[in-house]
Design a protein around this ligand. Sequence first.
Ligand SMILES: NC(=O)c1ccc[n+]([C@@H]2O[C@H](COP(=O)([O-])OP(=O)(O)OC[C@H]3O[C@@H](n4cnc5c(N)ncnc54)[C@H](OP(=O)(O)O)[C@@H]3O)[C@@H](O)[C@H]2O)c1
Length: 300
Amino acid sequence: MRVVVAGATGLIGTALLPLLQARGHHVTALVRDESKTVSADTVVADALDPAAVRDALLAARPDVVVHQLTALRQMSAEAFETTARLRTEGTANLITAAREAGAAKLVVQSISFATAPLGDPVLSEDAPLYLDAPDPGWSRTVQAVAEMERLVLGTPDIAGTILRYGTLFGAQTQYDPAGPFGAVIRRGQLPIPSTATGVTSFLHVQDAALAALSAVDSDVTGVFNIADDEPAEGATWLPEYARLLGGPPPRPIPSDLAEKVLGWFANYQLTAMRGARTDRARTELGWKPTVSWRHGLASG
Ligand SMILES: NC(=O)c1ccc[n+]([C@@H]2O[C@H](COP(=O)([O-])OP(=O)(O)OC[C@H]3O[C@@H](n4cnc5c(N)ncnc54)[C@H](OP(=O)(O)O)[C@@H]3O)[C@@H](O)[C@H]2O)c1
């Protein structure tokens, strides 16, 4: 098949291109910066420019469009806002252009941890999203995710597959042991709330790319959580990550101080967030994770 990957220069895109090529697909990378080297044909467009995206997809003539666009290399408020725009306007641009170019399928990156913190510690794809999160940044993120998924699943003539990725780990992610977060943990500078029962479902970048490959090759459509086998409470993964990095155990702080010290999201992740069940991806997509956070978080 002819496959266009938008976000081909990102961590997941870079891992995905050779997997698609090894399966015999003709891959075109949609890039915004022509000077970046990728191991595929390229078309050039800023995803937020509808005319450029249209021209790019008309030139590439894809059967399948894969959307791995985010701006989350930096974890700033501006990067989250740009990512929300990529999820809404960028997705709408890709859909309009994909339809015009005659594509039959869209495979789109979403997140598994946008669910509301209600009910079981580990939730399926049917759980409600946290649209009314009290933090304005997080509610904007979740609303953009919901809009993106609605656009993709509601597009006539094009089959949509949403891959709700868990929290990414691996080289160059936020959890790269060589990165700034690893350094903070190694120095024992990240405290842990005294009740850290929030659950994180992690996902290695390579397993995220393998899930996108499965989705491109499958006739199955819909929403799939994609995460590792070991959803873990903050009280489990954070001390273990510190131990693996050779740092001291994180210092406990009273729960009522934790949001002030850690910020809204980190406190939410450690105290209330829910993990993701992946049964649907295993049975319907035939995908399963190859590495869990316990064996990969500290090795990049
Ligand atoms: N589920 C998760 O936990 C999750 C999800 C996503 C990202 N992240 C975090 O984000 C970081 C980077 O991940 P990543 O490499 O996948 O994401 P990324 O660096 O943000 O890359 C995403 C891709 O989107 C492209 N892009 C961004 N804006 C664009 C635009 N306006 N037009 C066209 N292309 C555009 C980028 O191109 P350029 O190369 O030109 O910038 C890149 O190819 C990691 O630390 C990861 O942990 C986490």
